[in-house]
Design a protein around this ligand. Structure first.
Ligand SMILES: Cc1ncc(COP(=O)(O)O)c(C=O)c1O
Length: 412
């Protein structure tokens, strides 16, 4: 059940009206429901039937430290893709043994930090990265835990920009022969320890079949490694489960876990997952005020710098007026103040709206605030976490001074 519901004509998040939040914190603002984050995280954590399974929340989808702390307290680990995300999760007391480091371009410094912090695994995306990790581990006189990210050549559907598991995508290694050679190399190294095999085939996946195929291929590969005397601690089958933005009806996290546990039945390796969107997306909305009405445009005070998904992926977010049924709906294009034709938040959306009304852009918790920028010198929105009848500011709205603080007028 959603935590965003109408009550006496006004949209609420849990027990707080969004109108009160907009009065208190102004717009645009990201608002998250604590209850929804907990429900979504529990859908993974509590449906594992083996106690050593691990859901590593994909920090890239929503990285506010208040929310990371909440998910950490619920037993989630973390999937990170940068030294910055490592810094975030360590700052909230995450257990390094629950941190997976993904990404194709890890820098020397990032690798060094990961090794020194004792993370669970580097998900290695290329031979060059593996040799770099080994060299750094040798210099530190440490053993680095690694998993090879396997690209199983599966098209999981969805927008081209979020599909990652096809041969030719930049992610993982697709040659089984190369993975076997690299695994043998790791086994012979004094500074590397192979702990797992990983695959992540894409995002906004709406069916279980791609996961099943990817699990089967990963298991087959794990079996080939076992035959060579190389055993693995875990199989990391990635994230990517979709959410309903409109009419989509993706499987639930419980269905996904049960499907993957079935594939892994009787095996020794732990199951690791890297869910992002399916925990964070429907936990958040972006509220924005209608500034002007012009022809069929609602010009609002949020823009592509606040939520870039529509411009970047032609993503569609449902939008509603936070006042219920206040008039006859009309078809609108919802656009922001930025000087780009790609600055739209929705096209041909049917709602009632008037100037000064507040709109809620739904399912904006994932890849929303984290992708925001200061384009057009626009301060980033604030973030508010609702917990029952309390609304807590978890990131201040940026000020213009914040924006200029990093800049330097060079000497003539
Ligand atoms: C390696 C990796 N793991 C996990 C995720 C999380 O995906 P999602 O938010 O779709 O669950 C991503 C997203 O791009 C990713 O690249």
């Amino acid at each position: 059940m959603s935590a965003f519901n109408f009550n006496s004509g006004s949209l609420f998040c849990e027990q707080v009206s969004l109108s009160d939040i907009s009065d208190q914190f102004d717009t645009p603002a990201y608002i998250y429901s604590k209850q929804t984050l907990e429900t979504n995280a529990n859908a993974y954590v509590k449906s594992f039937t083996k106690p050593d399974s691990l859901a590593c929340f994909a920090v890239k989808s929503l990285s506010n430290i208040s929310i990371l702390k909440l998910l950490n307290d619920m037993g989630c680990g973390f999937d990170i893709v940068s030294g910055g995300e490592l810094y975030r999760v360590l700052s909230i007391g995450a257990d390094p043994k629950k941190i997976i480091f993904s990404g194709v371009g890890k820098s020397k410094k990032e690798i060094e930090e990961g090794i020194l912090e004792g993370i669970l695994s580097f998900n290695v995306e290329s031979a060059s990265e593996l040799y770099r990790i080994e060299k750094i581990a040798e210099n530190l006189n440490k053993v680095a835990p690694v998993s090879i990210r396997f690209n199983p050549d599966i098209d999981s559907g969805g927008h081209d920009y979020i599909t990652t598991g096809r041969k030719g995508d930049k992610f993982g290694i697709s040659s089984i022969d190369q993975i076997i050679e690299l695994s043998k190399y790791i086994k012979s190294s004094n500074y590397l320890n192979i702990v797992g095999l990983a695959s992540h085939i894409g995002s906004q996946i709406l069916e279980l079949d791609s996961y099943r195929k990817s699990a089967k291929k990963t298991i087959e590969l794990a079996d080939s490694l076992i035959e060579l005397g190389i055993s693995l601690e875990f199989l990391d089958l990635g994230g990517g489960l979709g959410v309903p933005y409109n009419e989509e009806s993706p499987p639930s996290p419980e269905n996904l876990v049960s499907c993957l546990e079935k594939e892994l039945q009787g095996r020794k390796e732990r199951l690791v997952l890297e869910p992002g969107r399916s925990i964070s997306a429907n936990a958040g909305v972006l509220i924005t005020k209608v500034e002007y009405i012009k022809d069929d445009f609602l010009v609002v005070d949020a823009a592509m710098n606040d939520l870039i998904r529509p411009a970047l992926y032609k993503a569609e977010h449902d939008i509603c007026n936070i006042k219920e049924n206040t008039g006859v709906p009309k078809l609108w294009n919802v656009v922001g103040p930025i000087c780009e034709s790609s600055d739209f938040l929705a096209k041909n959306i049917s709602i009632y709206a008037d100037e000064d009304d507040i709109l809620a852009i739904k399912t904006a918790g994932a890849y929303g605030f984290v992708m925001s920028s200061n384009y057009n010198t626009r301060p980033r929105a604030c973030e508010v976490l609702v917990d029952g009848d309390k609304s807590i500011l978890i990131r201040k709205r940026e000020s213009l001074d914040d924006l200029l603080e990093m800049e330097i007028i060079g000497d003539d």
